[in-house]
Design a protein around this ligand. Sequence first.
Ligand code: GLU
Length: 461
Amino acid sequence: MSTPPRYRFAPSPTGFFHVGGARTALFNWALARSTGGTFVLRIEDTDEARNKPEWTQGIIDSLAWIGISADDPHFEGPLFQSAYADAHLAAAQRLYEGGHAYYCEMTPDEIQTLAKAEGVTGYAGWSRDLGLGPGAGRVLRFRVPDGATVVRDQVRGEVEFDNSVIEDFVLVRSNGTPVFLLANVVDDMSMGITNVVRAEEHLPNTPKQQLIWQALGHAPPVWAHVPVLVNEQRKKLSKRRDKVALEQYRDEGYLADAMVNYLMTLGWSPGEQEIQPWSVMEQAFRLEDVNLSPAFFDIKKLGAFNGAYIRMMNNDDLGDACLPWLPESWGPEPFRSMVPFIRERLKTLAEAPDAVDFMYASDPEIDDASWDKAFAPDYALPLLRHVAEAYVVCDWDHATLKAVMEELMERFEVKLGKASAATRVAVTGRSVGPPLFEALEVMGRDESLRRLHAALNRLGG
Ligand code: GLU
C-alpha cells in the first residue's frame, strides 16, 4: 500500500490573504481530502521586516471561511517556518560539506563589474574553485552541475531547463540567513511533503529547488504549477491595481460557498454545469485537467455565482445571513418579511439593506428626478387621490392592492407601471425597487396611507 500523499500550502504572512492564494489552497485541499492525504499549512514567516502576526491570523481565518478548517482530520498545522531555522542552516552545511555549495566573497558591485567586463549576465561561478571557508561577508552558493534539469509537472508535463543558464545561486546570505529557496525545500523535506502545488510564478525556482533536493539525497516531490490569475486587462492580479483580498469579498457579502465554487473554476472546470457543491468538486478535481493559460478573475461572474448561491438559500437562512449587514438601529422586521421579494435581485448580502431602507425611514428621502417624472403626467395626481381613497377600505394583501391599481389603470387608460409610478415614489422614495404591492402589504395600511397623504400634501392636493 502506498503511503497517503502530503500536500502543503505555504503562504507568507506579508499582507491580506489573496484570492489567488485561496485558489491554490483549495486545489491542495481538494487533493488532500480526496486522496485520504494531508494538507499541511506552513506559514513562511522568515521575512521579519514584512511579517505581521495579524496577517497570519488573517490567513487562518480566511482558510476557515472557505472551509479549510484546522479541525479537519486532513489538516495539519499551522507550522511556522521560523521554527526550523536551525534545520535550514544544517542543510546548508551538509551541502557545503558534500561539495554542492561553496563560499564566495564577491560583492554585488564586483560581480556586476566583472560580468560586464566578461560580457556575461549574472554570476559566472568565479569563486567555485577558490576553496573559501565560511567567514564574515561571505555568501554560500550552490554549485549548479552541468547538464539539464527536467521538472515533472502535473499541469505542464515535462519542463526541461538547461543548467548552463542557471547561475550558482545563493543559499545563505552574507548575514548568515538562508534564502527562501533553501528554507522552502528543507521544510518540504522535513515535513514529508510529497506534492507541491503552487502558483506558476514559482516555476523558475523549481529547477533550482529540485537540484537542492537531489543534492541533499532525496527524490523531489511531484510538482504542479497552476496558472496565474489576471484582471480584465489580462494583467496579473495585483494588490495595488485590483481587489484581491479575500476578506474584502467576505465583508462585502459574498458567500463562502459561492467564492469557493468560483475560485475552483479558475483554471479548472467541474464540467458543463459550473455551479457545483464542494463535495462534487473535491472528488472531481484533477491537476491534469488544469489549463495552462492565465485565468481571468471576473468579478461580474463571481457576482453571478453569488446571486445563484443566494437564490439557493431558503428565506429564513437568507434573512439570517443578511442580518449582520443591516444598520445597528434596524430591527429584523420588516426586513425579514421583505426577503422573499428582494432575493431575486441580490448579488451580495451587503446590497440587502439598500433594497428595503425606505421601510425603516419614517420619511424616506424622495429623489427629485423620480418625483418629477412620476407627477409630470396629468393623470398622476387624480390617480393617486383615488389610490389613497381606495386603499382605506380594501383588504390589505398584495393581490387586492394590485387589483385596485389595475382597476384604476383601466379607468385612466395607462399601463400598470405608469399607474403605480406615483404610489411607488410616494411610498418608497424612488422609481425602482422591490415589488410594490408586496412592499405595501409588509409596510401595513397605516404607514402606507400616511406616506400617500404626505405626497398629496406636498402636491397641494
Ligand atoms: N511562501 C511562498 C509564497 O507565498 C510559497 C512558495 C511555495 O508554495 O513553494 O509565494
